[in-house]
Design a protein around this ligand. Structure first.
Ligand SMILES: NC(=O)c1ccc[n+]([C@@H]2O[C@H](COP(=O)([O-])OP(=O)(O)OC[C@H]3O[C@@H](n4cnc5c(N)ncnc54)[C@H](O)[C@@H]3O)[C@@H](O)[C@H]2O)c1
Length: 269
């Protein structure tokens, strides 16, 4: 169902790699709801992904930016505002990557250069994005900034590795920068804590198949899909949620408040 919730709104969407990406689904839904945006991703991902196809489908342009590079981010924000013809109403940070996870290093055997790289990409980049937007005064009043996170920031999921720490840092940045963005510019900042989702980043986590089935069977509504996440994000970009800020919002079918479910108990009887 279409609601035209984002008519006249402009934004930037980070992190669409392929059609499984949560950012890809979000870009499609934002487009359907009348929003206009610039797509961006790291230059290296641009070669692997199919982002040009998404740009075609949604009438948008792609401006490459490594989200850890201030120079790239400054260029991106300047060009996006220029291309879209005014300040921004929404920004989606949908970025995550752990080199330790990629290279099979356990939590107890980190290569700290890789840990630092993962932290920069997955968490500090959110601060860098917001600092760039803030300093350039690039957000419209009552705009909305969303980043995606996972519940390993609060609870132990052993194979989530150093990404758990990165997500805790990301959520803290949302609150801390959200305060200043709210106080000074009436802009809201939230994180959505999403169910396990079969994407490139998601499937990189060791034991993902067991992990996603377990979450599904624990959740009264089952796992939230990438499309569910896109729809939730649309509401946070819309004018219907103007005073929701500094929140970590669970989009997880109820998983985060469960102790145990009948389905999971069955296995132990
Ligand atoms: N898939 C899941 O199970 C799940 C669950 C909860 C939260 N999340 C979060 O959702 C977000 C999106 O991930 P996804 O699952 O759609 O996977 P994805 O692999 O499709 O997206 C991750 C994106 O991060 C981009 N990226 C990596 N390094 C970058 C850099 N230096 N600069 C700019 N972009 C960079 C990648 O190119 C990719 O587009 C991430 O923050 C992820 O942690 C995912």
């Amino acid at each position: 169902m279409l609601y035209n919730l984002l008519a006249g709104k402009r934004g930037i969407i980070f992190g669409a790699l392929d059609e499984n990406s949560i950012a890809w689904k979000t870009a499609s839904r934002v487009h359907e709801e009348g929003g206009r945006f610039v797509l961006t991703n790291a230059p290296v991902a641009m070669r692997m992904g199919q982002i040009d196809e998404l740009a075609k489908q949604t009438g948008s342009i792609v401006i490459p930016a490594d989200a850890t590079s201030m120079e790239d981010l400054e260029n991106l924000v300047d060009k996006a505002v220029e291309h879209l013809g005014g300040k921004l109403d929404f920004v989606l940070h949908s970025i995550g990557m752990s080199v330790n996870v990629r290279k099979g290093r356990t939590y107890m055997d980190q290569n700290y250069d890789w840990t630092q790289k993962g932290t920069d990409v997955s968490a500090m980049s959110f601060h860098k994005v917001m600092q760039t937007l803030y300093k350039k005064d690039a957000m419209n009043e009552w705009g909305s900034i969303v980043a995606l996170t996972y519940m390993a920031a609060q609870r132990v999921f052993p194979d989530y590795n150093d990404m758990a720490d990165n997500k805790a840092y990301l959520e803290s940045i949302a609150r801390s920068f959200g305060y200043f963005f709210g106080r000074d510019k009436n802009v809201r900042v939230n994180t959505i804590s999403q169910s396990p989702t079969p994407t490139t980043a998601g499937q990189g986590v060791k034991g993902f198949d067991g992990f996603i089935t377990y979450a599904d069977q624990m959740s009264p509504l089952g796992n939230a899909t990438a499309l569910d996440c896109a729809n939730y994000t649309i509401t946070l970009f819309s004018d219907l949620t103007r005073r929701v800020t500094l929140q970590n919002l669970y989009n997880d079918g109820g998983f985060s408040n469960m102790g145990v479910s009948d389905l999971v108990m069955e296995r132990f009887k």
